[in-house]
Design a protein around this ligand. Structure first.
Ligand code: MN
Length: 427
């Protein structure tokens, strides 16, 4: 087997220099073809790689995988094959599409296995059983603590001792391109003496990275932090849409509920940690020292550039945030170790999300709450309008890629357009 990360490999499929999907990436997802059902796929350049067809043509025959694993609405069965097998498949795809490897007659089959990306429908990649959102950026937690509570005590006493999280809602996780209806709910407007019901006035995004769980620990069995990354199949972009006015009124004392659970948008291609190996970096120094079950050494953060754009209905685009996944205070291994330290069982396809990824400077804040500093610093849009939060008709687009020399490993985008609230009379 070759090393699929080798930067010298080129594909016989065309790949542009700024593509997020060179042959070194080989992410996994689910696509639906024009004349066929949903199936497991990968992506190289602007081609979906139909892994059901690749499998039917016998290119995976030595792995002895049942056809139904690829003939599938979700990646869960594929992920459940285990890291050794999915690693072998990634390496085999690299060989099949490499210009340098002459081992296979895959090029003659290109019309059957490589489909232009605009000829397929890209679907939600995993059936998400459970979803947990963390709160692991110290810059974000400090900003939000200042805005919602008290700048003098922005971080609560537990924050530096454990990766704070809450259980989110899996059913409303949707794939990039899905429209989002503006949620309505109960809020307590400033100065009012009783709550009101209305569409949210403070609709926000949260720039996050999600991880997909690739292995089960079993109820009662904590995952040691040193092994925790083995439980991650891969990463995606994650927009944790948030209604700040609903959130502010409801969140005491049990945390986020309807302000968050109406929708989360994910990018469709799950990028493996293997593909991101080149981009590992050390995280920030953790002070005070964390308990032994959370202690990590070495490179457990990832240098991934992140950007958020707001696109208006008439096509004007404004970049509002440039951040980086490397800023995270708590890394994913620590999040998994903490999540399971009480014996909680993770299952294949579960998702965890990082929490809003804000950097140290204003241009790197990962939510409109912080960017507009709660509406006091509106953002100028190219058409002359301003944004404090997200308007109806706006699309929010998350992008992310890692880059070193000529090698670029990216995620594509997580896009969602806001539709007006439904005006049904609910009483
Ligand atoms: Mn969040």
């Amino acid at each position: 087997m070759n090393n699929p990360n080798d930067p010298e490999i080129t594909s016989w499929l065309p790949v542009g220099p700024d593509s997020d999907f060179p042959i070194q990436n080989i992410p996994f997802g689910i696509v639906k073809t024009k004349n066929g059902g949903p199936r497991v796929a990968s992506r190289i350049g602007n081609f979906a790689i139909d892994l059901l067809r690749v499998s039917e043509l016998g290119f995976f025959s030595d792995f002895d995988i049942p056809k139904k694993v690829f003939d599938n609405l979700y990646l869960n069965d594929f992920i459940s094959l285990g890291q050794e097998t999915t690693r072998n498949i990634r390496a085999r795809i690299s060989e099949l599409f490499s210009e340098q490897s002459k081992k296979w007659n895959s090029r003659e089959m290109s019309a059957h296995i490589a489909i232009p990306i605009d000829e397929v429908e890209v679907l939600l990649p995993v059936r998400v059983g459970d979803y947990t959102d963390f709160y692991s950026s110290i810059e974000h937690a400090t900003n939000v603590g200042s805005l919602f509570r008290d700048p003098e005590n922005a971080l609560l006493p537990n924050w530096r001792h454990l990766p704070v999280g809450y259980h989110g809602r899996a059913s409303s996780i949707v794939v990039s391109g899905t429209d989002i209806i503006r949620p309505a709910g109960q809020t307590m407007p400033a100065g009012a003496d009783k709550p009101q019901y209305s569409p949210t006035k403070l609709l926000d995004f949260e720039l996050e990275i999600g991880f997909v769980v690739g292995k089960e620990n079993g109820l009662g069995h904590p995952v040691p932090v040193s092994q925790a990354e083995d439980y991650i199949f891969g990463l995606c972009l994650f927009n944790d849409w948030s209604a700040r006015d609903i959130q502010k009124w409801e969140y005491v004392p049990l945390g986020p509920f309807l302000g968050k659970n109406f929708a989360s948008t994910v990018s469709p291609w799950i990028v493996t940690l293997d593909a991101l190996a080149t981009f590992r970096v050390e995280g920030p120094v953790q002070e005070p020292e964390v308990l032994p079950y959370l202690k990590t050494n070495g490179k457990h953060n990832f240098d991934i550039h992140l950007e958020v754009e707001i696109e208006t209905l008439n096509g004007h685009v404004q970049s509002v945030c440039q951040s980086n996944f490397k800023y995270m205070y708590w890394n994913m291994a620590q999040q998994i170790a903490h999540h399971t330290v009480n014996g909680c069982n993770l299952r294949v396809g579960d998702m965890g999300a990082s929490g809003t990824i804000s950097g140290p400077k204003p241009g790197s804040f990962g939510s409109m709450l912080e960017i507009s500093w709660r509406g006091t610093k509106p953002v100028d849009m190219p058409d002359g309008s301003q944004r404090k939060f997200i308007n109806d008709g706006d699309s929010v687009v998350l992008k992310g890629f890692a880059k070193s020399g000529d090698l670029r490993i990216g995620f594509g985008e997580a896009r969602g357009k806001i539709l007006p609230a439904l005006t049904n009379n609910l009483s």
